[in-house]
Design a protein. Structure first.
Ligand SMILES: [Ca+2]
Length: 67
């Protein structure tokens, strides 16, 4: 459980870093476009939500991108 929380902290940190990189105008607009695009790719069964497996593959991609 501790490991999971630590992962979430790292995940959050990554997310913020990505957001700051993407949000070039500082108005939060860019992230919406990127998020829609990314979400569509991540929602592998296209049911509109990210389930555990889809979230897991998202985490994996982010960790790989950071490493
Ligand atoms: Ca899904």
């Amino acid at each position: 459980m501790t490991e999971f929380i630590e992962d979430m902290v790292v995940f959050d940190k990554c997310l913020n870093e990505r957001f700051n990189e993407l949000d070039v105008h500082g108005d939060g607009e860019e992230i919406n476009n990127v998020y829609d695009d990314v979400f569509e790719k991540l929602d592998e069964d296209h049911n509109g939500t990210l389930d555990r497996e889809e979230f897991r593959s998202l985490m994996k991609k982010i960790m790989q991108a950071v490493a």
